[in-house]
Design a protein around this ligand. Structure first.
Ligand SMILES: C[S@@+](CC[C@H](N)C(=O)[O-])C[C@H]1O[C@@H](n2cnc3c(N)ncnc32)[C@H](O)[C@@H]1O
Length: 464
């Protein structure tokens, strides 16, 4: 790999004696890691754990993930290991049993959003945002597959968050950056790198920080990360923010054997990940607290407010309520023909998000109403709270599951006219409508596997 000269000079200055080991590590095959959705697969796979993440594991080699139906079922997410350090940032800085409003501002494709969804309490709301619309759809797909039910996916420019002053307890800004830490995974990134782009990225990151700052509560946490190593986009930006806003830096405990390098600028802590030190890609993270007293958390519906969300009709609600477990804990809303379930304690906050932002997906999309007919939706099939007892179920073999996910016609030997929940190794994949012994495939067209299936399909056995 031909590294740009000014990049190499900087890295030599930063790493000193370790520079040669760093360059050698850039030539090695990147490690492969996954994060397991313990709500769907409550297991400890016999895999080497990522030391700083409770559900992160390394795989010995890269399988064809597309050919594992459990990935499509949201049973795990393929995520670079260094990024999973987010878990330490949260666990060491805030009580995750509290009910929190959390923003993941730069969310797509969804690694940190799905991680956050697993870490926060059921009474907490995650707003997973992505400004670029096409990428926001991918974020919504991954959030739906994860199936937590307390996430709203939005697609807004950072500046539009100023409409929500003092709203969030935690903000994660995984900023768009010059991507030096991805050189090993993505060789094209080396050719696209320039000092000028580093400067542009640093300026854009400052703009993003200022745009959303008012939406963070006094006393709230900001978790800032990039996948690059230059100081301008990292320590210097945190120092710049501290100079503007007087933030308090949060120091995290890192075990020496993790290989993470703590850094400091003007007394502000940061954490660096290098590929010769950790089994992961290049990464930087810093955690700061906004000055001021935390505002008291308020719940419940206020009497005076006019809501944007419309409640589902009693009749419709009665028909679908038992499709989710613990259905009494939800508020059922209807948007056009779609009935969704939003945790009742989050209704007020969710409505405020609807009033101010562009929402692509909210809570759990349960059913589509068409006159007297009800169609169960993909969000329900993939919900962690799906009440399987309410449906007929067919268990698929590997090849059948992949053909279903390709949206092909399959037969499973059933006969009837009801909706059928199709699952693989016990994990729901989606719906089919029985028409006699035929099945209509209702897997979402945009999500379908486009890859041709190989002649011989091998079970990847990643989880079980
Ligand atoms: C590093 S990626 C996020 C990765 C994601 N957090 C994850 O863990 O999967 C940065 C994201 O910022 C988005 N982005 C680009 N320009 C932006 C801007 N001006 N403001 C906010 N986000 C932006 C990109 O589209 C990209 O999805």
């Amino acid at each position: 790999m031909q590294l740009p000269v000014s990049f190499s000079e900087r890295m030599q200055r930063l790493l000193g004696d370790e520079y040669n080991a760093f360059v050698a590590a850039l030539e090695q095959t990147p490690p492969v890691s996954i994060r397991v959705n313990k709500a769907k697969a409550p297991i400890s796979p016999g895999l080497k754990p990522v030391p700083w993440a409770s559900s992160g594991y390394y795989l010995p080699e890269r399988p064809s993930f597309t050919l594992d139906p459990l990935l499509h079922a949201g049973a795990y997410y393929v995520q670079e290991a260094s990024s999973m350090f987010l878990e330490q940032a949260l666990k060491q800085s805030i009580d995750l049993d509290e009910s929190l409003h959390v923003l993941d501002l730069c969310g797509a494709p969804g690694g940190k959003s799905t991680h956050l969804a697993s870490l926060i309490s059921k009474d907490s709301l995650l707003v997973a945002n992505e400004v670029i619309r096409s990428r926001a759809s991918i974020l919504a797909e991954n959030v739906t597959k994860w199936g937590s039910g307390n996430v709203l996916v939005t697609s807004n420019d950072p500046r539009e968050f100023s409409r929500l002053p003092d709203f969030f307890d935690v903000m994660v800004i995984d900023a768009p950056c010059s991507g030096e830490g991805m050189f090993r995974k993505d060789h094209a990134a080396v050719g696209e790198w320039s000092e000028e782009n580093v400067n542009l990225c640093a300026q854009r990151q400052q703009r993003i920080l200022m745009d959303v700052w008012d939406a963070l509560k006094p006393g709230g946490l900001l978790i800032y990360s990039t996948c690059t190593w230059n100081e301008k986009e990292n320590e210097e930006n945190i120092a710049w923010l501290a100079a503007q806003e007087g933030v308090e830096s949060i120091k995290l405990e890192v075990q020496p054997e993790w290989g993470i390098i703590p850094t400091q600028l003007n007394g502000l802590e940061g954490y660096r990940f290098y590929p010769h030190r950790v089994q992961g890609e290049g990464f930087f993270m810093a955690v700061v607290r906004k000055p001021g007293e935390p505002a008291a958390i308020q719940h419940g519906k206020s009497k005076k407010r006019k809501y944007k969300l419309t409640l589902a009709g009693k009749k419709e609600k009665a028909l679908v309520a038992n499709w989710l477990q613990e259905h009494a804990q939800y508020t059922w809303v209807q948007y056009g023909e779609v009935i969704s379930a939003i945790p009742e304690v989050l209704f007020e906050a969710a409505d405020e998000i609807y009033q101010n932002l562009y929402v692509l997906y909210a809570g759990t999309e349960v059913a589509e109403v068409n006159g007297k007919k009800l169609k169960p939706l993909q969000g329900l099939a993939l919900s962690q709270d799906l009440n399987k007892a309410a449906f007929d179920i067919a268990e698929l073999e590997l090849e059948q599951a992949l053909r279903y996910l390709r949206k092909e016609d399959i037969r499973v030997g059933t006969n009837g006219s009801s909706w059928l929940l199709l699952q693989y190794k016990g994990a729901p994949l989606g719906w089919a409508k029985q028409i006699g012994n035929r099945l209509n495939n209702y897997y979402p067209k945009e999500w379908r596997i486009r890859m041709e299936l190989p002649q011989e399909i091998q079970d990847t056995n990643i989880l079980f």
